[in-house]
Design a protein around this ligand. Structure first.
Ligand code: AMP
Ligand code: ZN
Length: 465
């Protein structure tokens, strides 16, 4: 039996799929106007744990969108489209930008051993479905027109507060008055279709019954989720930031259009944060997987770090915790390889190993308790209760969920990143010129890049911090 914390009920609910033959799950995917940061990637790792755990019991249809149009800078439906803004930043077309960052996204996704979705749906390839959903909402009287688009009238949908509660919505109603555009009827109303600006040619725009323009971000997910998964989905996932606006709006659009329940289980992952605050793409303060790789960490060390915290708790990122995750993964692999050698590569399933696998499964099925599953893996590998072949059986099973490459050989020592190499050369020159101030400044810069430098009679020696 699997239990999942459902944002809609505020409970850990027993998971009962609509149909035993196929569980349906929709996950909000990346907005491809920039690199994914490791906070975004934390969310995909949690969704992967969910997908792997569901697949222990049921076949799964997993749909993920790629937002390549329509996600505006401000959640209040103002400001520029993030894609169009990126064209100004990078001097490329919006289509080139989407293609580039999407390809990069899948590289990171694969490197973290996240299982690819069954269906990947790009927003720009589903404009027809979005227009048709807006038309249905129009026919049912949920929309109105302003000078810049077609809007959803949230006051017409009585269950608008279903996900976040009445207090929150009335807070928004009260608080947002100042920023609200004159033409919106309610502060919580949102754009279904935006018109292209009159004074500027957009790169991404389409004809519609209401005028040339582009879809709102929320309608994208409703249209694509229902196209591939039907009117009612078993599970819808995303990061916690999506609860108040994006998912609340998805419910309003979908349920108003179909008259049926949209999602049975809403599952949200907490944020990865920095000590200095939020990690956000728009704020510019973000760490990517490439940055971690440049500093010598393998992507799976980051996956290990994420598995050590429950998906519903905030995780504060630091390089100290990355170091300790990398070290733990290395040590766990040493033990796993020793087990495999002792078992002469032969795993045997016995009542004993089954009991351990059951404990592991129970932890994962208890609202994805990955920290407990990881702790059980450490316990099993050292346990006297299991012989080596039983351990190997357990570990192979555990790794089918943890996906940490538990039997991988140690990574060869990484060569020094080019940037650090350059700093070291510069520092050697500064020291030769007896410029101690510069030498110290460069030592700090090298430390910032993750390396300690020692001066020895043989010259500078580095060590990873
Ligand atoms: P985006 O590409 O910005 O649309 O976000 C992709 C996914 O990452 C969404 O599910 C977001 O909720 C999630 N997300 C955004 N920021 C963070 C963060 N700091 N930590 C964890 N997940 C995040
Ligand atoms: Zn979405």
């Amino acid at each position: 039996m699997m239990y999942l914390y459902n944002t809609a009920t505020h409970h850990k609910d027993e998971f009962k799929p609509l149909c035993q033959e196929q569980v349906t799950m929709y996950c909000c995917g990346p907005t491809v106007y920039n690199y994914a940061h490791i906070g975004n990637l934390r969310t995909y790792i949690f969704e992967d744990l969910l997908s792997r755990t569901i697949r222990l019991q049921y076949p799964l249809k997993h749909v993920m969108n790629v937002t390549d149009v329509g996600h505006l800078v401000s959640d209040a439906d103002d400001g520029e489209d993030k894609m169009e803004l990126a064209t100004q930043r990078e001097g490329k077309s919006a289509w080139e930008i989407a293609k580039f960052y999407e390809a990069k996204f899948w590289q990171d996704y694969d490197a973290l051993h996240c299982t690819r979705p069954t269906v990947i749906s790009r927003a720009t390839e589903h404009i027809k479905e979005m227009i048709s959903l807006v038309k249905t909402l129009e026919e049912k009287g949920y929309t109105y027109r302003t000078s810049d688009g077609i809007y959803y009238d949230t006051s017409k949908f009585s269950r608008y507060d279903a996900l976040v509660g009445h207090a929150h919505i009335s807070g928004l109603q009260g608080g947002a008055r100042v920023e609200m555009s004159d033409e919106k009827r309610n502060p919580t109303d949102f754009a279904l279709w935006k018109f292209s600006p009159k004074d500027k040619k957009r790169q991404m725009e389409w004809d519609s019954p209401w005028g040339v323009g582009f879809p709102g971000w929320h309608i994208e997910c409703s249209a694509m989720a229902m196209k591939y998964l039907g009117h009612t989905l078993d599970i819808h996932c995303g990061g916690i930031d999506h609860v108040t606006i994006h998912h609340t709006n998805e419910i309003a659009q979908s349920e108003a259009a179909t008259g049926e329940k949209y999602v049975n289980y809403w599952v949200h992952g907490e944020f990865l944060i920095l000590r200095s605050g939020k990690m956000s793409k728009s704020g510019g303060t973000f760490v990517t997987l490439d940055v971690l790789k440049e500093k010598g960490y393998e992507p799976l060390a980051y996956r290990y770090l994420c598995l050590g915290a429950h998906y519903r708790t905030q995780l504060e990122f630091s390089y100290e915790s990355m170091d300790s995750a990398a070290k733990s993964l290395k040590n766990l692999r040493v033990l796993c390889r020793q087990v495999r050698q002792a078992a002469k590569e032969t795993a045997s399933e016995t009542e004993n190993s089954r009991a351990w696998k059951d404990k592991f499964t129970a932890a994962m099925q208890d609202d994805l308790n990955a920290p407990k599953a990881l702790a059980l893996t450490w316990e099993a590998v050292r346990s006297a209760e299991l012989n080596p072949s039983e351990k190997l059986d357990f570990l192979q099973f555990a790794d089918s969920i943890l996906a940490l490459d538990l039997f991988a050989l140690p990574q060869p020592e990484q060569p020094l990143p080019e940037a650090v190499q350059k700093l070291l050369e510069e520092r050697a020159r500064a020291r030769a010129a007896k410029d101690w101030k510069k030498s110290d400044e460069l030592r700090d810069a090298i430390a910032q890049a993750g390396y300690l430098v020692k001066d020895t009679p043989q010259g500078q020696q580095t060590e990873k911090k």
